[in-house]
Design a protein around this ligand. Structure first.
Ligand SMILES: Cc1ncc(COP(=O)(O)O)c(C=O)c1O
Length: 375
């Protein structure tokens, strides 16, 4: 390591996918949007496919096309399009596209004609999340239109799908309600003669905790990166990302020393401060700042000891209060990795979720280094 790095263990991603496959009879879609949750989209996708992922999932067409260009040939779904996107490019590249409304379906019909092949469509029902998907009241009309577009040869209905709101909350009643609404939606689809190849509903949390939601395909994101989708529950997955840097400066300061911008943190004793060259410009959440003992503050491991940052997270660096523990410039300071501290510890310190922590570190300033088999 030169100064700072994000290490990504591709074998961990591969093995996490293999472990997920063992927990379901459904196919596994590896969700690699947002640059593979910060892990690097193409390498993460390759590792996931090596682990047995039969599908890839991304939000946007702009994410899907580079995956195809990188030579990934497995079925792939992109689900978030603004009107007027060049969807025919997706159709031509055999990227499956989602439709949540008559308008979106109509765009896919046009895209299919332009690409001179039927658009591969996954029609989405809003079973309760209140985000993407057709409202239940509009579902019969959407199914009727999908059946017609398929009969006309403009689309092929590959999937019927939906997304869960609270599968990460064990026992949450919304999962049962959404499951029932999904079953109703499939029944309506059948009435219009729409028989999808794949029905899919489950995210990582549902994949790990609700086998009754699996249907033909599960869409797993956070779990393939080895992080738990359910706060506080360990599913035995292996975190793939480590964020670390080398200490640039060490100094002994007296009690009463203000630390970092705003001097919000003041040392209560003589102590050793270590400067670590990672800041919010690299992905460290500023909300993990610590102005005093009452705040958790982001944890940093140096020489086997976990310390807390002192004061505000800056753009390029944080200061760590190491007490009387010996620290030397050049020592490796690990913000999070496969052990302690974890991305979950940072999420707790910043009042966010582990998803956001790793995704933030996908920025381009810190070199990303890959370990393990890329597949
Ligand atoms: C539609 C959809 N499906 C699946 C996922 C994967 O979710 P998770 O990372 O919780 O497995 C996401 C991610 O947010 C999503 O937007």
């Amino acid at each position: 390591m030169w100064q700072a790095e994000v290490r990504v263990d591709l074998s961990a991603i591969r093995d996490n996918v293999t472990a997920l496959r063992a927990r379901t009879t459904a196919d596994v879609m590896a969700v690699v949007k947002a640059d593979g949750y910060g892990h690097g989209m193409v390498p993460a996708a390759r590792a996931a496919v090596a682990g047995g992922a039969a599908w890839l999932g991304v939000a946007t067409l702009a994410e899907a096309l580079p995956l195809r260009r990188a030579g990934l040939t497995v079925p792939m779904l992109a689900w978030l399009h603004a009107p007027g996107m060049p969807l025919h490019e997706g159709v031509a590249a055999e990227v499956d596209l989602s439709a949540s409304s008559l308008g979106q379906l109509a765009e896919l019909v046009v895209a299919g004609r332009r690409a001179q092949r039927p658009a591969r469509v996954h029609v989405k029902l809003d079973t309760g999340l209140g985000r993407g998907g057709a409202p239940v009241a509009q579902w019969p009309a959407l199914m009727e239109a999908a059946a017609k577009a398929q009969a006309d040869g403009d689309v092929e209905v590959i999937g019927v799908w939906s997304h869960l709101a609270s599968a990460d909350v064990p026992g949450d009643a919304s999962v049962d309600r959404q499951l029932a609404a999904f079953a109703d939606g499939l029944e309506v689809a059948g009435r219009f003669g729409v028989r999808p190849h794949v029905r899919h509903l489950a995210n990582s949390a549902a994949t790990l905790t609700r086998p009754d939601t699996h249907f033909d395909l599960v869409r797993t994101g956070i779990a393939i990166y080895g992080l738990s989708p359910v706060a506080g529950v360990d599913f035995g997955l292996h975190p793939a990302m480590t964020a670390r840097a080398r200490v640039t400066l060490v100094k002994r300061v007296p009690a009463g020393q203000g630390v970092s911008y705003g001097l919000t943190y003041v040392t209560d004793r003589e102590t050793t401060l270590a400067v670590v060259p990672l800041g919010y410009g690299d992905g460290v959440p500023r909300h993990a700042s610590r102005s005093g003992p009452a705040e958790i503050g982001g944890p940093v491991e140096i020489g086997g000891v976990v310390h807390r940052i002192a004061g505000r997270v800056c753009m390029d660096q944080v200061v760590v209060d190491c007490g009387d523990t010996p620290v030397t410039p050049g020592d490796v300071a690990t913000l999070f990795g496969a052990g302690t501290p974890s991305a979950d510890d940072w999420a707790e310190a910043a009042g966010t979720i582990n998803y956001e922590i790793v995704t933030r570190f996908g920025g381009s300033r810190v070199p990303r280094v890959y370990d393990g088999a890329a597949g």
